[in-house]
Ligand binder design. Sequence first.
Ligand code: SF4
Length: 318
Amino acid sequence: TTTGTDVALAAHGLHVRFGAARAVDGVELEIGSGEIVALVGESGCGKTTLARSMLGLIRPAEGSVQHGSRPLSYAKSALKDFRRHVQLVLQDPTGSLNPRHTVYEAVAEGLRIHGIGDEETRVADALAKAGLRPAERFFLRYPHELSGGQRQRVVIAGALVLEPDVLVADEPVSSLDASVRGEILALLLTLRAELGLSVLVVTHDLGLAWNIADRVAVMYLGRIVETGPTAEVLLTPRHPYTKALLSVVPEINKLDPIVLVGETPDPSRIPVGCRFRPRCPAYAAGLPEPIAARCETDPPAVLPADRGHHAACHLTEA
Ligand code: SF4
């Protein structure tokens, strides 16, 4: 679904199961080279599991992960090489940094794992790219001596030191103050512009997607239900689930509030027909019979709509 760009990282027909739970249930997702894609959804929708499988950390039951032009191989040496190129940036710096390691040790760790030399130069370079300058002044500091924003920059430097081509950022700013959030998002945009990095941002926060992403993919109960260019998806949402998520973020799009009934179902008991039907406000409001019957029996496919938009809903198929 990218527009003429090379693929940096993609999932094809991906399924991940935990026992009877279908956590990821047939996902297509592409991140183009130099593109920032936001994967959004509520907790429990499967977005973190999808991201972890695209990082090679979970082996899918079906489907494949593509890195550049090649399918990911799960042979040990291929996986190690892949992990160097596709780096995870976790949320909450206090959780991902070891309090007893200096900044230098934290950033150098990846180099040691991958047996890469020229350590001091690379660590200094990564810290500078992450906006910690002069880098040497940070080498011997400990996490508790840094601000929240500086700690997040150290985490990002720890990913950059391996010169990856893709970053997967899981809720990269959710633990930070509003003032620092903007700085970290600006840093991600700079890294994309200067290093050509591709970024998959995993978040529940549509405002974050709005501020940073070129494209948005909305996930519900293991599937992508809507995807497209950010402005298309967030200003003219098509799927009833996306509309409901957006209706509580008035700063993007003034929609009347839509309250979803019930909870996200258990992924081991996915509803028949459209998986969103038990909570779908459009279905509950009454649909013409031929459509309502399809909602009850046929799982909607993710079909192209207009202007790069794709949605999985019988109502939008017309
Ligand atoms: Fe709602 Fe039917 Fe669309 Fe599913 S397919 S989101 S139930 S209208």
